[in-house]
Design a protein around this ligand. Structure first.
Ligand code: 87F
Length: 548
């Protein structure tokens, strides 16, 4: 099975979805039921319904499902209640609301800057593909055919020929690469698209993680030499890792896919793999492929080298999608809702003045002015600040409201604080509070945001590391999976063994485990170490796990 950034090739069922017709990979089966948010119980209707001034009675803001005991419900509630996602009429398609789109734009800005510096240019190719074009490289499309969506009509008349909607753009772009590359002087050709692709998934649609249309970037490069191409593969992989670690505070493991898990059209596939402790599953975070000369052969992308010889180009393709956002939510969220890493939070600080009924009009006024002053000061530093001075909600309700949305810092300003010229900073990640003098707010808040960003990463890293076990026997392998862990185990690269492990490790409740990657950073492998499953001489440590 080929791999791709969204892990579309992984037909895994979630523990809540039933296998279809007894098979988890039956692509023509009905879609697994989408986990839509349940109708809320009374007293918990969408706050929007009741957020009117005349209705004084407040609704509870917050989640009813717990992350530890009902993860799938928890996830659905978080993404909807925190207003990241709205469910849509077409199953498997979701609306990305501003809170989610902001995160994507943050990733986009950062990654786009990095690839431009490196010499990549953005372009846009059409979303429609003719059948011949799509099938030009049969091998790579074959395994995916069931996921391709087709346009067959315009109005009420049938099209002469159905037209596919791009599931990825290799076959869209490469015929033009063949035209545009003539000489070594035309190389490297490095283009990127920020677009959406459509893959008609049948297994367990999940917002951000697996949807039928998703946003991503797809980069496609052509080089004169293998060395240059390989250099880019790892350069991009590093950038993908940094999107996770530096922006989302999510640790990832860089590695190579096994032969069975790589993109079928590639020479080799590299990946960044994350871990979701709550479910014990690994998740592919992005992939960077070295395509070798597979596609240049098929599409005739050749050039005249300096010595006048005709040569095929060396190609790569690489993709990172909005799945990033889902991973971030799953890793950091808690029972109060989202926990946003400061670097990608649309609101980094919320200021909440806390007047009480006893306060004089003047004192209230002074408090409002001070709150405003903080907002101005912090915005002037470039921070993203909300001031919640709505007077129809209690402070407690507002706390829950902003906690649900994961805002990293809440600045509380109460009557006592006004007397002491101080305020309270409450951290979303630890829920701890500390007093800060007014004069220190402008210096402390940016520092605290930085502290939170790093603390979130360290916490996730510790949890991730505690969730990986190094084993050498089958018994320990199974025990580790049962404990919802990923497993680092010695492997001889035997494909049949990988398939066999997947079968043998599947249980009534849980899917089988497969290799997530062969980590680039390898622990020492003493010579003579045997594969945990076949008993034959191991080649490397592989990272195994149940996965999305
Ligand atoms: C679904 C239908 C048709 C994944 C598909 O990973 C074709 C495909 O080629 C398909 N799902 N893939 C693999 C995508 C490979 C590659 N493309 C560019 C990437 C990164 C971005």
């Amino acid at each position: 099975m080929a791999s791709d950034p969204l892990g579309a090739s992984d037909k895994a069922q979630s523990s809540t979805a039933k296998p279809q017709n007894g098979s988890s990979s039956n692509k023509s089966a009905k879609p697994a039921k989408e986990k839509k948010p349940k109708q809320k119980a009374e007293g918990q209707q969408a706050a929007g319904d009741t957020r009117k001034k005349e209705m004084k009675k407040e609704t509870k803001e917050g989640l009813s499902a717990s992350k530890a005991s009902s993860f799938a419900d928890w996830y659905t509630q978080v993404v909807t209640e925190a207003e990241l996602i709205a469910y849509y009429k077409v199953s498997g398609c979701y609306i990305l609301r501003p809170g989610a789109y902001f995160v994507w734009e943050t990733i986009q800005r950062w990654f786009d800057g990095k690839i431009r510096e490196s010499g990549v240019q953005n372009a846009y190719f059409p979303m429609f593909v003719t059948e011949e074009q799509l099938n030009a490289e049969k091998n790579h499309v074959e395994g995916f055919a069931a996921e391709v969506a087709w346009v067959t009509k315009s109005g009420s008349s049938d099209l002469d020929r159905p037209i596919a909607i791009r599931p990825t753009s290799e076959t869209v772009m490469y015929p033009y690469y063949a035209q545009w590359v003539r000489s070594h002087r035309d190389l490297p050709l490095r283009l990127n698209q920020w677009n959406t692709v459509v893959r008609w998934e049948f297994s367990n649609p999940t917002p951000f993680i697996r949807s039928r249309e998703f946003l991503w970037q797809e980069g496609h490069s052509a080089f004169a030499t293998q060395a240059e191409a390989e250099g880019e593969v790892f350069e991009i992989l590093d950038l993908y890792a940094r999107v996770y670690t530096d922006l989302m505070a999510v640790p990832v493991i860089k590695g190579r896919k096994s032969e069975g898990e790589k993109f079928a059209g590639a020479l080799f596939t590299t990946t960044v793999e994350a871990f979701v402790p709550a479910t014990g599953r690994g998740i592919q975070g992005g992939t960077s492929h070295c395509l070798g000369q597979n596609f240049s052969k098929m599409f005739g992308i050749d050039f005249e080298a300096e010595d006048r010889s005709k040569q095929l180009v060396w190609q790569n393709s690489w993709g990172l999608s909005t799945r990033t956002i889902g991973v971030m939510i799953m890793v950091h969220g808690d029972d109060k809702g989202l926990v946003m890493p400061p670097r990608c939070a649309q609101t980094q600080v919320v200021i909440i003045p806390i007047p009480n009924a006893k306060l004089s009009v003047e004192a209230k006024q002074a408090m409002a002015e001070q709150a405003d002053k903080f907002a101005g000061e912090l915005r002037a530093l470039g921070l993203r600040v909300a001031l919640d001075s709505r007077d129809n909600y209690t402070p407690g309700w507002k706390y829950s409201y902003w906690e649900l949305r994961g805002v990293p810092i809440r600045l509380e300003l109460g009557p006592k604080d006004m007397e002491k010229e101080s305020c309270v900073l409450a951290r979303r990640d630890t829920l701890k509070k500390e007093p800060v003098a007014w004069s220190q707010v402008a210096s402390e808040v940016p520092k605290l945001l930085d502290t939170i960003q790093h603390a979130m990463y360290e916490k996730a890293l510790a949890e991730r590391d505690a969730g990986i076990e190094k084993v050498t026997t089958w018994e320990d392998f199974v025990r580790a999976l049962d404990r919802k862990h990923l497993v680092l185990a010695p492997w001889a690269y035997e494909e049949e063994i990988e398939k066999d492990v997947k079968k043998r490790s599947a249980t009534a409740e849980a899917m089988g485990a497969k290799t997530l990657c062969i980590p680039l950073e390898q622990p020492d492998l003493p010579s003579g170490t045997k594969c945990f499953a076949s008993g034959r001489e191991a080649k490397n440590w592989a990272l195994w796990g149940r996965s999305y």
